[in-house]
Design a binder for this molecule. Structure first.
Ligand SMILES: Cc1cc2nc3c(=O)[nH]c(=O)nc-3n(C[C@H](O)[C@H](O)[C@H](O)COP(=O)(O)O)c2cc1C
Length: 271
C-alpha cells in the first residue's frame, strides 16, 4: 500500500482476543460496492504486536492501528499495546455495524463514546482518531461528543447498514444476515457526513466512503476533510489507486492555482 502511494496505513481492527469472524459468505460484491459482514476477524493484539513491529521496520509512512473492544477499559488497553508496539496513532472503531456489544453499539451512545475516547486518550501519548458510524440520527452531534472527549481527529464514515438476499434460496446471502455497505454507493452519504461534521468541530476530519478517483477525493476535501481513507477501491483497482488519486489531485490543485491541499479543505462551505 505504501509503495502504491498511500500516505499512511490503517490496519484491520484488532481486539484483545483472537476472533475467526463469521463463516462465509462474508462479502457480497455488487456493481456499486460491497456488502460485508466479516465479523471482525483478527489474530488478537498479543499476536498482532509482532506484525506492528515488523511493519514499522519496513514502512516509510505512519501506521495507524485500528482497535475495537467490549468496554472502555479494553479500548484503552488495546490502544496502549498498539502504541507500545510502535503505532503512530490509534483509530477507535466505534462504528462496526455487525458485531454485538462493540463498534457502533458504543459509538451510537454519547455516554459510552465519551468514556471510551477519554480512557484511550489517557492511556497513550499518540493521536486518538475516532471512526464514526453513519447509522445514527446526527453524526455531527456524536462528532461533537468525541471532540469534547479529547479526540485528536475523526474518521467519517464506517459502512452503512445493509443486506442482500438470494432470491433462489430465499435467504440472506451473508451468513450474519445483515452487514455494511461500502464503495461508490455510499459516497454521497459519506460526503454529507463530512460536510455536517465540518461545521460542528475544530479537529481534523478524515473522509472515508466510496472514494475511487481524484474527483471523489477532491469532493471530500472541499466538504471539510483534511485527509481521506480508501478501502473498497483497493479491492477493485489494486494498491496503485493511491498514486493515481494523488497525481490527479495534484494536477487539479495546480490547475486551480492552489499550493496545497489545505487551501481547499472545507472550501465548499463558503457562501
Ligand atoms: C471487507 C471490509 C472489511 C472492513 N473492515 C473494517 C475494520 O476492520 N475496521 C473498520 O473500522 N472498518 C472496516 N471496514 C470499513 C472501511 O474501513 C470503510 O470505513 C468503509 O468500507 C467505507 O470506505 P470504502 O468505501 O472506501 O471502503 C471494512 C470494510 C470492508 C469492505
Amino acid at each position: 500500500m505504501s509503495e502504491g502511494g498511500a500516505g499512511a496505513i490503517v490496519t484491520k481492527s484488532i481486539g484483545l482476543e483472537p476472533r475467526n469472524g463469521y463463516v462465509n459468505p462474508t462479502v457480497v460484491q455488487m456493481s456499486f460496492g460491497l456488502v460485508n459482514a466479516m465479523g471482525l476477524p483478527n489474530p488478537g493484539m498479543d499476536e498482532f504486536v509482532h506484525e506492528i513491529r515488523r511493519a514499522k521496520t519496513v514502512l516509510k509512512v505512519p501506521l495507524i492501528v485500528s482497535v475495537y473492544g467490549y468496554s472502555e477499559d479494553e479500548y484503552a488497553l488495546l490502544a496502549k499495546k498498539g502504541v507500545e508496539a510502535g503505532a503512530d496513532a490509534v483509530e477507535l472503531n466505534v462504528s462496526c455495524p455487525h458485531v454485538k456489544c462493540t463498534g457502533s453499539e458504543i459509538g451510537q451512545s454519547p455516554k459510552l463514546l465519551a468514556a471510551t475516547v477519554k480512557k484511550a486518550k489517557a492511556a497513550i501519548d499518540k493521536p486518538v482518531i475516532v471512526k464514526l458510524s453513519p447509522n445514527v440520527t446526527s453524526i455531527a452531534a456524536l462528532a461533537d461528543v468525541a471532540a469534547r472527549a479529547g479526540a485528536d481527529a475523526l474518521t467519517a464514515i464506517n459502512t452503512v447498514k445493509a443486506m442482500a438476499i438470494n432470491v433462489e434460496a430465499g435467504m440472506p446471502i451473508l451468513s450474519n444476515g445483515v452487514g455494511g455497505l461500502s464503495g461508490p454507493a455510499i459516497k454521497p452519504i459519506a460526503l454529507r457526513c463530512v460536510y455536517d461534521i465540518f461545521g460542528q468541530v475544530e479537529i481534523p476530519i478524515i473522509g472515508c466512503g466510496g472514494i475511487t478517483n481524484w474527483r471523489d477525493a477532491a469532493e471530500f476535501l472541499l466538504a471539510g476533510a483534511s485527509a481521506v481513507q480508501i478501502g473498497t477501491a483497493v479491492a477493485l483497482k489494486g494498491p496503485r489507486v493511491f498514486s493515481t488519486i494523488t497525481r490527479g489531485l495534484s494536477a487539479y490543485l495546480r490547475m486551480k492555482g492552489y499550493q496545497s491541499v489545505s487551501e481547499i479543505v472545507g472550501l465548499s462551505h463558503r457562501r
